[in-house]
Write a protein that binds this ligand. Sequence first.
Ligand SMILES: C[S@@+](CC[C@H](N)C(=O)[O-])C[C@H]1O[C@@H](n2cnc3c(N)ncnc32)[C@H](O)[C@@H]1O
Length: 357
Amino acid sequence: MNRLLCFCRPGFEKECLAELQDQLAAKNIWGRFIAEESSGWVDFILSPDCDAAVHWDMLDINQLIFSRQIFYFDEVIDLNGQDDRATPISNALLSLFNNLGLDLLFSDILVQSPDTNEGKKLNRFCKQFVSPLASSLRKLDFKRVYSRSDLPVIQLFFTDYATVRVGVAKPDSCSPFTGGILRLKFPADAPSRSTLKLDEAFQVLLTPSEREKYLIPGMIAVDLGAAPGGWTWQLVKRGMEVYAVDNGPMAESLMATGQVNYLREDAFHWRPSNTVDWLVCDVVEQPMRIAKLITQWFQEGLTRHAMINLKLPMKKRYVEVKNCLDLIATSIGPRVKLKCKQLYHDRMEVTLYIQIL
Ligand SMILES: C[S@@+](CC[C@H](N)C(=O)[O-])C[C@H]1O[C@@H](n2cnc3c(N)ncnc32)[C@H](O)[C@@H]1O
């Protein structure tokens, strides 16, 4: 097994690749790659002396900013002229499992396509293919054990109906979601679509036990650049009291909850009088200026947690994000936990979770 596939937001292949190369180089792993612009994926072919079979948890999706999903595979399978796709794919999986010395047990099957207009045409087919593949795998004595979250996840990636990459990932180093995309329904009473960014951030960047501990009714939050209130809505929904800082107006429905204190102030100058539980920030500004602002809040002990959106209108987006993370990590010190991700609901931006340990 000598290849790995990463999915990313279409248009961010360069960033996805640069980050992969950085993380692999740190482990002395090199290779060639296929990374077409706007395709939404990167295929990394490891150098012959590296066998991913030995280290197929060498990358952790939770430690990658620009990758949404990852899996390891051997070859691209051409299904042209085949009416029955499930059999050749199951046979390929059988050889892969045998080569890896794995029991024929798995925890899930993800059938995926690129997050592009062309790729979306395959969505329905991908969804419907899970069932015939599962029954074909059963005939080869594969067993799906739902309760065993330690077992490999089988992943397929179709770039068209006849071209598929078939592989596996360790469950805790890949995303549990098809294509690495957490699909969320827009809540009808939320004031803006931005609300989905913060909802996804809480679900992806915090673990279930962190959500239970850190998102508690009665907590105090500050929302910088709050208007019209999509992020504040998420905090209010979780029972928090929110200081909403913005020059623009907040949705009246939010103000009517009695949980929102609206402050027509400058996000870069206003400070709370006591430490708050959460600082969230969606102000459109240079990422470095936002990183410096957030750093000050932590240095002054003004918040325990922060969820920050960094906008990336510039060309060197990966370098910019790395510089911001470096600044925050070095200024706040070793007791800081940082998690950064380009979420599905992020566009030209990434979201950053910061916690003082
Ligand atoms: C992307 S919008 C925020 C959307 C909001 N998170 C939501 O979910 O509805 C950015 C907001 O930042 C505000 N903003 C920009 N610069 C600001 C500043 N210096 N102080 C306060 N608010 C600012 C803008 O008025 C705008 O409402």
